[in-house]
Every structure is written in C-alpha cells, then in structure tokens.
Design a protein around this ligand. Structure first.
Ligand code: B12
Length: 368
C-alpha cells in the first residue's frame, strides 16, 4: 500500500468512518445494463430523478471530469436492538432505524467536509464529496472497493458491520491503487427475500421499488395501493425488515456514533395522530422525516392506525375524514373501516352523499 493511501485511510478512520475502499471511476457495461433494465421496467416508480441521473451514474466523469479515483466510505449505524421486535407493537409508530435521530446526510456531510478541508490543505488539491442524493452508484462502487458485497436485499453487506452501513463517496483527481472487490457471501440464504412483507425483492439483488415499504412510506406521495396497506403493519417511515433479518448482523456492533442511536423509545400512534403541521415541523426538525412533509406522514400514521385494530384510536382518526386534504380523507376512510364497521355509521352515510372528490369517492366505494 502506498504511503499516500495509508495517510488517507488513517485520516478517514480518525474522522470516525468505519470502512473505506478505493476504485477506478469506471462503471462496467453489465452494471449500466442492469440499471437500464431497472428503469425500463419502471421499477423506480415515481422516483423520476433516477432517470435523469442515468447518464451520470453510468459515467462518473460526467459528475466530475477530473475524477481518477473513487473512495467509498462506510459508517456503521447498527441499532442496539433488533428492529424486528418493534413490528409486533401494534400501538406504536414504527420508524426505520436510520430516521430515529438526526438526518444522516447532515452528519456524514460534516465528516466529509472535514476530510475535504484536510485533503485540500495537505495536498493542495480539490476533491468532491457525495452522500446518497448524487448520481453515483454507491452500492456498485462499495462492492468494487471491497467495502462489502451486494446482498440479496440489494444493499451492501459487510462481514464486520452486517447490513448497517451508510455509504458515501469522495472523488479524487489523483490515481491511488484500487482495492479488490468483495466476494458475495450470501450463499443460499434467502431470508431477506422471504421476510419482505410486500414481495418487493426478487431473484438475486433485484427490487421493484414500487412495492418496497420504504418507497411507499417515504418517496411515494399518493394513496398507497389498498392491496399493500395491511402488509405495511405499524411502519410509518421506511422499513428495515430485509436488513434486520440478515444473519451477518450478528457480527456487527451497535454504532458508537450517538447521532445514530434512537433519541427516544417508540411513540404511540395516538401521539402522532394529534400532530398538526406546525408541531410536525418542530418535532422533526433536523430529522429526515421532515422531508416527506406532514401530509405523507399522517397518511402513514392513518394506515398504521387502521392496521393496529385498536378501536380507541377511532376518535383521533375520525377528524381526518373531514380534513381539507383528499389524501387524508381517503386514507382515514380506509383506516376507520379497519377499526370498526364504519359503513354502519351515520358519518359514513353523510360523507357518502356529500363527498365530491373522485379519489375519496373511490375509497368509499371500496368499502362496499
Ligand atoms: C433509490 C434508492 C432507494 C429506493 C430504491 C432501492 C434500491 N434498492 O435501489 C428505495 C426508496 C426503495 C430505497 C430504500 C432503502 N434504502 Co435507499 N437508496 C436509493 C439510492 C438513492 C439510489 C439507489 C439506486 O440507484 N437504485 C437503483 C438500482 C438499479 O440500483 P442497484 O440496487 O444498485 O441495482 C443494481 C442491482 O439491481 C443489480 N443487479 C441486477 N441484477 C443483479 C444480480 C446480481 C447477482 C447482483 C449482485 C446485482 C444485480 O444491478 C443493478 C445496477 O447495478 C441510494 C443512494 C445512491 N446514490 O446509490 C440509496 C441507498 C441504496 N439506500 C440505502 C438505504 C439505507 C435504504 C433503506 C434501508 C432505508 C430504509 N430503512 O427504509 C431502504 C432499503 C430497501 C432496499 N431493500 O433496497 C443505502 C444503502 C446502504 C447500503 N449498505 O447498501 C443507500 C446506499 C444510501 C446511502 N448513502 O447509504 N432506496
């Protein structure tokens, strides 16, 4: 290993990253074809930005012309407890591990900036830093640099950190000897494919994002397909089932970064049903949940409330049946019908005759 590489690696670990690897900035033809196939099948759903990113993803030089080396850095965010336990707590709002504290983008960006400043001073060279939202094939390069292999859940798995690594990249304009790619260590295990409540995963490492609970509760803004609602259970933001079941997690240690540890115990669904938009914004200040907005969040809470079958939630859900936002009216109708026989109520008769919105009328007709 060159002295330069040693020095850079040391700095990365000093800053607090847990894993690092180096690669040439080339995406192989097979991978670009797979990405195209994913897009052609419309498996990205409403995430249209993935189409716009296509050319750049295929060719990192279109992201930064000077790039000669891509460094992938991983940060362990393993939780202290297996998140699968929370699936059974029907009265609780189940928030995915990565969203239980500050937005990881902010935490990682700060660390990457620290590296950038150091690199700039030390070598008088620029570098580019990316986390998540840029047109970079993060998982492909993570595999290529030996940070981990692409598990059947499509995410990167590492022998040391299991399925709990955030990924980010540093583009350098200098050549550094690259690392060997990781070997695939999933073997015959299909636990992640089997556990997925909505069958979003198929074959080896392929996903139809439109079925993924993470997509439905975070990225998708419309009415969640009725056929998938019960499968969402108590999940109100993201899903970790495919990661949590991964047997490689038994080697992982809970993250030492306190910004990634859950800030509090799971809250009751009732607590969030009483949130208005202002309270939502204050409560989720600095959380990734802020990004989906109050309407999507309450939509998710209404679905989880319906799935809870806890009748005492009915009064809190009922107020959304007359809300000005059609998405919330429609979802509340579904939710109330799960909680009790809504069709037998006077309220149902009333809104059945007064509702004008086509989507809400559709939800009402589905109760017939
Ligand atoms: C879009 C996106 C999503 C979408 C689509 C998910 C997906 N699997 O692509 C949705 C919203 C569903 C999502 C969900 C989640 N995401 Co996300 N997401 C992204 C994002 C922004 C782009 C990924 C992308 O380009 N997808 C498109 C597909 C085509 O990419 P791909 O999986 O690499 O596709 C390859 C495989 O299908 C492969 N392939 C095809 N056939 C075969 C066959 C074999 C044998 C193999 C090995 C491969 C293979 O070829 C394709 C092209 O290379 C990345 C960040 C980034 N910039 O990369 C984060 C990212 C992948 N997400 C991440 C996380 C943490 C999550 C969630 C866990 C969040 C949560 N708890 O809810 C879930 C996990 C769900 C899941 N099982 O994927 C992390 C994953 C970290 C890791 N260790 O890998 C990333 C890297 C963000 C980050 N910076 O850390 N995400």
């Amino acid at each position: 290993m060159s002295k330069l590489k040693k020095k850079i690696r040391k700095k990365i670990f000093d800053i607090g990253f847990d894993s690092v690897g180096f690669s040439k900035p080339i995406v192989d033809l097979k991978t670009s074809k797979k990405l195209k196939d994913f897009l052609d099948k419309n498996h990205h759903g409403e995430m249209k930005w993935l189409e716009r990113h296509y050319e750049k993803k295929k060719n990192p030089k279109k992201v930064w012309e000077e790039v000669k080396t891509i460094m992938v850095v991983g940060l362990n965010y393993a939780p202290q407890e297996n998140p699968l336990k929370i699936n059974d707590l029907k009265e609780k709002a189940n928030i995915s591990v990565y969203a239980k504290n500050k937005d990881y983008h902010l935490i990682i960006k700060n660390k990457l900036k620290e590296f950038k400043n150091w690199f700039n001073k030390e070598f008088n060279l620029d570098c580019k830093i990316f986390v998540d939202t840029a047109p970079v094939m993060e998982k492909y390069f993570a595999k290529k640099t030996g940070v981990g292999w692409q598990g059947k859940h499509t995410n990167i798995v590492s022998k040391r950190f299991g399925s709990w690594l955030f990924l980010s990249e540093i583009f350098l304009s200098i050549d550094i000897d690259h690392d060997k790619p990781s070997r695939d260590n999933c073997g015959s295990c299909n636990d992640c494919i089997t556990i997925c409540p909505t069958n979003a995963l198929y074959e080896n490492s392929k996903i139809d994002a439109r079925k993924c609970i993470s997509y439905l509760t975070i990225e998708y803004k419309g009415p969640i397909p009725i056929s998938l609602r019960e499968k969402i259970g108590n999940k109100v933001y993201g899903c970790d089932d495919c990661l949590s079941i991964c047997p490689w997690n038994k080697f992982s240690e809970p993250t030492k970064n306190k910004n990634f540890l859950a800030l509090e115990k799971e809250k009751d669904l009732k607590f969030f049903l009483n949130f208005n938009e202002n309270i939502f914004k204050k409560y989720f200040y600095q959380s990734p949940i802020l990004r989906i907005g109050w309407i999507s969040f309450i939509r998710n809470i209404l679905i989880a409330s319906g799935n809870s079958k806890i009748q005492s939630l009915s009064s809190s859900v009922t107020k959304y049946v007359t809300h000005q936002e059609p998405l919330l009216r429609g979802t509340a109708v579904w939710s109330l019908n799960k909680l009790h026989n809504f069709k037998k109520t006077k309220l149902y008769q009333k809104i059945k005759t007064t509702e004008k919105n086509e989507y809400v009328k559709f939800e009402l007709s589905c109760l017939d």
